[in-house]
Design a protein around this ligand. Structure first.
Ligand code: GRF
Length: 181
């Protein structure tokens, strides 16, 4: 089975690595940040990688690449920019997925982990969702919950959540691709 997915990222790319390690075929990676570590992960895995600082240019070029590479699913993995309405509406519904470190609809947007700690929440988790034009507002595909421990700092909680993300995101992407075959 060939899985043609593309990944957009801005940072470390640990979710990209988990997806690659799962054996999912990543056709290309694009970033708004030419220094993103995730681009190095792509290069090491011989995946074509691109970067454009200007996000509107990035979106325009990514739309062309989606057709060129016959992409079936666009995966956001730490892409820190809001996609334009025009970009989202140019693609079929349920074409873009994202991973977010909270139990949406709680703690949308930036600093979701800090928001949960500051809120003294008892639980938080990871959400995989489809992307629409809003901020973390698309329909939810999967969630995993964890208890916030008393001694959890933002860093500790981030590590615990990322461990879940790596498994949950790659598993979910794989099931979507199998289902859509
Ligand atoms: C993840 O924690 C994800 O929840 C959020 O951005 C982070 C990306 O991490 N959307 P990485 O770049 O995959 O390591």
């Amino acid at each position: 089975m060939i899985h043609n997915i593309a990944v957009l990222l801005s940072g470390n790319g640990s979710n990209l690595k988990a997806i690659i390690d799962k054996g999912i075929k990543v056709s290309f990676v694009a970033s708004n940040n030419s220094k993103a570590l995730g681009l190095k992960i792509a290069k090491n895995a011989n995946i074509p990688s691109y970067s454009w600082k200007n996000v509107l240019e990035l979106e325009k070029e990514v739309l062309k690449l989606i057709i060129e590479y016959d992409i079936k699913l666009l995966v956001l993995a730490g892409y820190m920019r809001l996609l334009s309405q025009n970009f989202v509406n140019s693609l079929p519904s349920k074409f873009i997925v994202n991973v977010h470190p909270s139990l949406l609809p709680k703690y949308k947007g930036m600093n979701a982990i800090k928001q949960a700690i500051d809120d003294c929440a008892e639980y938080t988790g990871v959400t995989i969702h489809y992307v629409d034009e809003g901020i973390d507002s698309g329909s939810i595909i999967k969630q995993n919950m964890i208890k916030i421990n008393e001694n959890d700092t933002e860093e500790i909680l981030k590590d615990r959540l990322q461990e879940i993300e790596h498994r949950l995101y790659s598993d979910t992407i794989k099931s979507i691709l199998i289902k859509n075959q």
